[in-house]
Ligand binder design. Structure first.
Ligand code: AVJ
Length: 322
């Protein structure tokens, strides 16, 4: 039925269908949950960029500082002529820190599900790094099985910054890293950014900022359901909720119904009890032992760990275990 739609519309139609199915399944489940990737529509991505600028959200600026300091050493560890493979490429300043420190890369391979982001990033990098071979791959890095054939031969260096790994539950983090290990090969290495366990107050504040940007980010998911699925969420009757669970070592994020109410989503009614929550994200925080166990479970060894003076965040260099 869709065959005559232009490519972009066809992609959007299938994205919308995936969103619809995930939301309907997630609201039918108990406890209710919607996968975090759906937080990042165009507006969600803008709000996440705003989160990264917040005084309470130390992650981005701390990791950027660590990378600026360790980039030269990292480049030495990786050696010349490798292909840099970024999982879920942003357009971010972090990648450029590595590109600047590694002028002799064989290629830069950004992997992203968004064709639009990928093309925009590739165009800017080709302009700013005219000698760099940019080989974008439009794919979900959670299921990707191979890289472009023209990067065969070069040792591969994976890059997964931002503590994005923290969004994954431990088993999923392990299976992602196993997949990365297979993709990067026996000469492969990986640079991973990981948020560390710390004072609960500091963690709490990073996900409950005083300007309310994180709340807007969570509640944008309701607006997205209204826009794309014809849902009837009244965002004044739901609230963002985020807290640190010290037993699991993770921030848990939900939207909470402030009253008993029924909302229609994609034509179906869903009743919410007063106080009922819908889970949207985990953000796992690691300690050294946890990072070591994660690396080992996926066939990597930790070669080097860099952190900031306060010990808030870690950048680790993993090597494929023999
Ligand atoms: C992009 C998953 C690393 O967990 O800190 C920030 C997402 N959500 N504030 C994080 C997020 C709310 C972020 N990650």
């Amino acid at each position: 039925m869709n065959v005559s739609l232009p490519v972009l519309d066809r992609v959007e139609a299938s994205d919308r269908e995936e969103f619809r199915e995930a939301v309907l399944a997630g609201l039918a489940r108990s406890p209710r949950a919607i996968p975090p990737k759906f937080l990042y529509d165009v507006r969600g991505a803008e709000l996440f960029d705003a989160i990264c600028e917040l005084p309470e959200y130390y992650l981005t600026r701390t990791e950027t500082g660590i990378l600026a300091d360790c980039a030269a050493e990292l480049a030495r560890l990786a050696g010349p002529g490798c292909a840099l493979v970024e999982f879920g490429s942003g357009s971010s300043v972090k990648t450029r820190l590595l590109l600047d420190a590694m002028p002799d890369l064989a290629a830069y391979v950004p992997i992203d599900v968004s064709r639009h982001h990928l093309d925009a990033t590739a165009a800017k990098l080709r302009r700013d790094y005219p000698r760099l071979r940019v080989e974008p791959v439009c794919a979900d890095y959670m299921v990707l099985e191979s890289l472009p054939a023209d990067v065969n031969g070069a040792p591969r260096l994976g890059f997964f910054p931002g503590s994005t790994i923290g969004n994954l539950e431990p088993e999923d983090a392990t299976s992602f890293l196993c997949r990365a290990r297979a993709l990067l090969g026996d000469r492969g290495a990986m640079v991973l950014g990981v948020d560390l366990r710390k004072d609960a107050r500091r963690l709490h504040d990073a996900y409950n900022d005083s300007a309310g940007v994180t709340a807007a980010f969570t509640l944008n998911l309701l607006r997205r359901m209204n826009r794309e699925l014809g849902a009837t969420f009244d965002t004044a009757r739901f609230a963002h909720e985020a807290f640190y669970n010290p037993v699991e070592g993770r921030i848990e994020i939900y939207f909470r119904s402030l009253a008993a109410q029924t909302v229609t989503v994609a034509g179906r009614p869903f009743a919410f009890a007063a106080g009922e929550r819908v889970h949207t994200e985990y953000s796992y925080k690691y300690d050294d032992a946890g990072i070591g166990a994660l690396a080992k479970s996926a066939g990597f060894t930790i070669d080097r760990t860099w952190t900031d003076p306060e010990g808030l965040f870690a950048v680790v260099y993993l090597e494929a275990a023999p």
